[in-house]
Design a protein around this ligand. Structure first.
Ligand SMILES: *[C@@H]1O[C@H](CO)[C@@H](O)[C@H](O)[C@H]1NC(C)=O
Ligand SMILES: *[C@@H]1O[C@H](CO)[C@@H](O)[C@H](O)[C@H]1NC(C)=O
Ligand SMILES: *[C@@H]1O[C@H](CO)[C@@H](O)[C@H](O)[C@H]1NC(C)=O
Ligand SMILES: *[C@@H]1O[C@H](CO)[C@@H](O)[C@H](O)[C@H]1NC(C)=O
Ligand SMILES: *[C@@H]1O[C@H](CO)[C@@H](O)[C@H](O)[C@H]1NC(C)=O
Ligand SMILES: *[C@@H]1O[C@H](CO)[C@@H](O)[C@H](O)[C@H]1NC(C)=O
Ligand SMILES: *[C@@H]1O[C@H](CO)[C@@H](O)[C@H](O)[C@H]1NC(C)=O
Ligand SMILES: *[C@@H]1O[C@H](CO)[C@@H](O)[C@H](O)[C@H]1NC(C)=O
Ligand SMILES: *[C@@H]1O[C@H](CO)[C@@H](O)[C@H](O)[C@H]1NC(C)=O
Ligand SMILES: *[C@@H]1O[C@H](CO)[C@@H](O)[C@H](O)[C@H]1NC(C)=O
Ligand SMILES: *[C@@H]1O[C@H](CO)[C@@H](O)[C@H](O)[C@H]1NC(C)=O
Ligand SMILES: *[C@@H]1O[C@H](CO)[C@@H](O)[C@H](O)[C@H]1NC(C)=O
Length: 466
């Protein structure tokens, strides 16, 4: 009798184990409740000075002073001064706020965590202003104690308020945000609105960001935000000044992924910390066959950065491979007709190549020289070594993100990349290097799990046979 019991037990165990192996991975799915938000990109023809100014904005955003010293603090000043002028060419999506709803296109920024809106009676340039008096759901929360936030290029004043904010069909009734009602920016400057998609720890007003609220209230069936950023390049030789938001710029999917936008698997890399930026380590960077050594590999994945920023030595090493001229302040110039070259960033076990057209920024005066889109985060300072180990040394912005499908996942906190679908890439080669696409970082979640009933069945079957 005993051997039969043993064999039966083993059989049951085998059957259950086979079942367990096929427990599906449900952590990322093309959920029917996922909602697509169309994106727009403002083209901003840039001169060398515009690139330098935007680079300064990004340094301040990540806590570096103009001289490259790491201060470790960011201030609202850096955000507002950077986006004023509309000089940050980046991706916009629609939100509505108030009752009845007032509609805005705001910059979508995974590198900050607040919602800012230009508000009446601001002289914020040719932008739509939010009017709190005409919203029945608006509540003033507080005014900055000294009434203003001062920054180098002017003064911004405002109030912190709450109102109903919607994006797609997701709504947060009491979202705290900053209403900018006064600036002393120049006549041609434009201050658009901005919505931050980073973590609450980065919020200047310590408000829960919109995306974290919809996640915590269970409005997303899958706690993911996925971006396809279309390749809309800066137009050289077009009129200077702020361009209208006419370029289709891709798709933000809230609550999962859109399977028609990517192919293959998504490789997730766990965040090193989930309190501020979306930070993951870069595995390696190669230019052609040259491997760039990375003493400080931590990178923030930032849809609100028009450039890739990194430590001076590594940025120099990258441009040295394609004879970029060092302009002495951490930015580089090279002929716009430089033959196509390949820069690859690897995360986890996948390597992603950047199309070299994404790395050359044309100038509005049609100069034969382009500015390189990989710039030193600390300017001419070599010493990018933030004392806070969670502070990124690299900022991975649009030039990289246009080449992949990117997924920002809340649990486990991670960023995933996948290859864009051929439909989306069109004729252009997205990732000639391709993705290794071998593993998903959440493989652990698929480990064989014994349901409690399985051991009961084993015991019962064993007893019956005996
Ligand atoms: C949003 O719309 C989708 C379908 O388009 C629907 O399945 C989902 O339930 C909606 N979500 C909310 C929060 O209304
Ligand atoms: C806006 O751009 C102009 C040059 O186009 C510059 O002089 C001015 O300082 C900029 N304003 C801000 C706030 O950066
Ligand atoms: C703001 O809304 C109030 C109330 O509807 C209205 O009286 C006022 O004119 C509006 N302000 C502007 C600048 O549109
Ligand atoms: C006003 O607030 C800003 C930002 O907190 C601060 O930098 C500045 O020193 C304050 N000004 C005064 C006069 O208190
Ligand atoms: C802007 O808001 C601040 C704080 O509420 C207020 O002190 C200031 O007068 C307002 N400015 C304008 C131009 O309305
Ligand atoms: C404003 O919104 C915050 C959440 O963003 C909430 O904690 C607070 O209670 C709200 N205040 C009011 C007066 O509704
Ligand atoms: C203001 O912006 C609107 C919409 O983008 C545009 O149609 C209009 O021409 C702009 N006006 C000026 C004076 O630039
Ligand atoms: C995915 O994106 C494509 C292209 O933008 C769109 O046509 C399709 O409706 C989207 N699918 C879903 C499920 O949202
Ligand atoms: C390439 O650089 C990365 C990052 O510094 C390093 O981990 C890796 O070992 C290097 N690979 C080779 C083949 O040198
Ligand atoms: C860079 O990383 C990728 C993916 O992990 C790997 O396939 C490749 O061999 C690495 N290259 C170097 C030079 O280390
Ligand atoms: C374009 O502007 C740059 C400075 O921003 C200057 O060095 C260059 O000579 C200009 N090129 C042309 C063709 O005007
Ligand atoms: C990522 O984090 C999850 C949850 O903490 C863990 O189960 C998984 O093993 C981690 N993945 C990797 C590749 O470390």
């Amino acid at each position: 009798m005993f051997p039969v019991a043993l064999i039966c037990t083993l059989l049951v165990v085998l059957v259950l184990q086979t079942h367990a192996l096929f427990i599906p991975d449900t952590t990322s799915s093309d959920s029917s409740t996922a909602v697509d938000i169309p994106l727009f990109r403002r083209s901003y023809p840039q001169g060398v000075d515009d690139v330098k100014r935007t680079a300064e904005y990004l340094r301040a955003k990540y806590g570096y002073s103009a001289t490259g010293e790491f201060l470790g603090i960011t201030s609202p000043i850096s955000i507002i001064s950077g986006i004023a002028n509309g000089t940050v060419p980046t991706y916009y999506g629609a939100i509505s706020i108030g009752t009845p709803p007032q509609n805005f296109n705001v910059l979508l920024d995974t590198g900050s965590a607040d919602l800012w809106l230009p508000s009446t009676p601001c002289a914020c340039g040719n932008v739509t202003l939010y009017n709190s008096s005409s919203s029945s759901t608006y509540k003033t929360i507080s005014s900055p104690s000294n009434g203003s936030i001062t920054f180098a290029a002017g003064t911004v004043s405002g109030t912190i308020g709450n109102d109903t904010v919607s994006m797609g069909n997701f709504t947060v009734p009491q979202q705290s945000f900053l209403l900018v009602n006064q600036t002393n920016l120049g006549g041609g400057d434009v201050l658009p609105g901005l919505m931050g998609f980073a973590f609450q720890g980065l919020s200047f007003i310590n408000a829960t960001p919109f995306w974290q609220t919809i996640v915590s209230r269970g409005q997303l069936s899958v706690a993911e935000m996925s971006f396809y950023l279309a390749r809309v390049l800066e137009q050289a030789a077009s009129p200077t000044g702020v361009q209208p938001l006419t370029n289709p710029g891709g798709v933000l999917t809230l609550g999962g992924v859109n399977t028609s936008l990517y192919q293959g698997c998504i490789e997730f890399t766990n965040l090193t910390s989930s309190s501020t930026y979306w930070t993951i380590p870069i595995h390696n960077i190669t230019v052609g066959s040259k491997n760039i050594t990375l003493p400080y590999p931590l990178a923030a994945i930032d849809t609100g950065s028009p450039y890739i920023m990194g430590p001076l030595k590594q940025v120099q090493a990258i441009w040295a491979q394609v004879s970029g001229d060092d302009l002495g302040d951490g930015s580089f110039q090279l002929p716009c007709n430089t033959p196509s070259f390949q820069v690859t960033f690897s995360f986890g076990s996948s390597a992603w190549s950047i199309d070299s057209t994404d790395l050359l920024i044309p100038q509005y005066n049609n100069s034969a020289m382009c500015t390189g889109a990989i710039i030193s985060l600390a300017g001419s300072n070599n010493n990018v070594n933030p004392s806070d180990s969670n502070s990124p040394s690299w900022v991975i912005g649009e030039p990289y993100l246009r080449n992949v499908y990117s997924v920002f996942r809340q649990s486990p906190p991670s960023v995933g990349f996948a290859q864009l679908s051929s439909a989306v890439i069109g004729g252009k080669s997205g990732n000639p290097g391709g993705s290794a696409c071998a593993v998903r970082a959440n493989a652990g979640a698929r480990a064989i799990v014994w349901a409690p009933w399985s051991s009961i069945v084993v015991v019962v079957v064993t007893l019956l046979v005996m």
